[in-house]
Design a protein around this ligand. Structure first.
Ligand SMILES: Nc1ncnc2c1ncn2[C@@H]1O[C@H](COP(=O)(O)OP(=O)(O)O)[C@@H](O)[C@H]1O
Ligand SMILES: CC(=O)OP(=O)(O)O
Ligand SMILES: [Mg+2]
Length: 407
């Protein structure tokens, strides 16, 4: 008999986040992360269930070394990669192009295809691949599954996925809207339907995933019909360090007038923009704190206003895309925790049936909850995302041959 546990790996450019989940009882025997991989000192944090967290700082040169450290930490609690309880490893893969519409068991051909997509996801796929390669080498006996950020968005109709550029160029270079954070949008839209006491196929939902990366999606009867991220996770909402939407001519202008290289502009828009670019802080908590008082409250306030203005535009746009909206749902670090962002995002939109109840909005709670007034025409809700649970569930279903479909 195979085990019931899944190790979920989310390998970012300089970090690895991991969780060990037991699908038999929905417990999490261990969670942890390694940050600042490749820098002079890295930070490791491992939290066994019921035990004290173990933290340390030491150099971790690359993803291979990082995953070995993860395996060692797990083994210290008898949860190593050779444990018979472990059924599979599930990997978050950011870019799956158009080919991967479902979670996929990883073999050499799948690795090659993820590699082929590196040009359209230069920041994300190389890190995901490093995690996959190392995990396959460390645990060749385990099935490994890729769960793609893009899969949920493969239902977006052609007219919403296409950019209005020359078709031959677009086709040759695979330039189109792919969308990201799909695992979160899928999970959250399903949980939102549950919160409303309806089936996913009965409701239209706008999901606002506001984390470090941020994206909005329009989900019609359980299927995604539009999303704010595009060819890469740079388009759309204002993020911690990413600009979101800009006039594409900004790139030509900076190249011609400021003499910046394409590489420099890439770094500018991905790493030095968003909240960070506007006010010097990428962490929304800091922005909110600084807005209250102090000499540079103005810059923080402007960053907040730009962030919220963009969010409101997408709510309006997706309202029009969907025609009828049953719920607007906030999720991820900012969406789940920043009541002032949620309030600012819907204030004045009563004409669209949108409002937040101040008391409900201010309440802090663990699970999914409504924050709109009791008689509201459109529900406004907070639904905590859980990408790791979704990845583990999909991975486990695939390797055990269970295809329950919608839950
Ligand atoms: N209490 C809070 N109030 C406002 N923002 C918060 C709060 N807690 C976390 N955040 C914000 O959430 C963001 C991180 O979101 P998260 O979903 O954890 O990101 P990731 O994309 O890395 O998974 C950060 O900008 C952080 O400032
Ligand atoms: C795709 C993406 O933006 O991911 P993250 O929010 O983890 O950076
Ligand atoms: Mg997250």
């Amino acid at each position: 008999m195979r085990g019931t546990r899944v190790l979920v790996l989310n390998s970012g450019s300089s970090s690895v986040k991991y969780q060990l989940l037991d699908m038999a009882d929905a417990s999490r025997p261990a969670v942890g992360l390694i940050e600042r991989i490749g820098e002079r000192t890295s930070y490791l944090r491992h939290v066994p269930a019921g035990g004290p967290p173990r933290e340390r700082e030491e150099p971790v040169a690359d993803h291979g070394t990082a995953l070995k450290a993860v395996a060692e930490e797990l083994a210290r609690d008898g949860l190593g990669l050779d444990s018979p309880e472990l059924a599979a490893i599930g990997h978050r893969v950011v870019h799956g192009g158009r080919r991967f519409t479902e979670p996929t068991v990883i073999d050499d051909a799948v690795v090659a295809e993820i590699e082929r997509l590196v040009p359209v996801a230069p920041l994300h796929n190389p890190a995901n691949l490093a995690g996959i390669r190392t995990a396959r080498a460390l645990a060749p006996h385990l099935p490994q599954v890729a769960v793609f950020d893009t899969s949920f968005h493969t239902t977006i109709p052609e007219y919403a996925a296409r950019y209005a550029i020359d078709t031959a160029v677009a086709d040759e270079h695979r330039v189109r809207r792919y969308g990201f954070h799909g695992t979160s949008h899928a999970y959250v839209s399903r949980r939102a339907a549950e919160l409303l006491g309806r089936k996913p196929s009965e409701v239209n939902v706008i999901v606002l995933h506001l984390g470090n990366g941020a994206s909005a999606s329009a989900v019609a009867r359980g299927r995604c019909v539009d999303t704010s991220m595009g060819l890469t996770p740079l388009e759309g909402l204002v993020m911690g360090t990413r600009s979101g939407d800009v006039d594409p001519a900004v790139v030509f202008h900076l190249a011609r007038v400021a003499g910046m290289s394409v590489g420099e502009i890439d770094v500018l828009l991905n790493k030095r923009s968003g909240l960070l670019g506007l006010c010097g802080d990428n962490d929304m908590r800091e922005v909110l704190r600084r807005m209250e008082s102090g000499p540079d409250a103005g810059a923080a306030r402007l960053a907040f206003d730009v962030y919220v203005h963009r969010l409101r535009k997408y709510i309006g746009a997706y309202y029009a895309v969907l025609g009828r909206v049953d719920a607007v749902v906030f999720t991820a670090g900012v969406g789940e925790n920043a009541a002032s962002v949620r309030e600012a995002a819907v204030t004045g939109l009563e004409g669209l049936g949108l409002a937040v109840d101040p008391e409900r909005n201010a309440a802090r709670g663990g699970g999914p909850r409504l924050i709109s007034p009791p008689a509201a025409r459109v529900a406004v809700a907070v639904v905590p995302t859980d990408e790791e649970l979704e990845i583990a569930t999909q991975t486990y279903a695939l390797v055990t041959g269970r295809t329950d479909g919608e839950t």
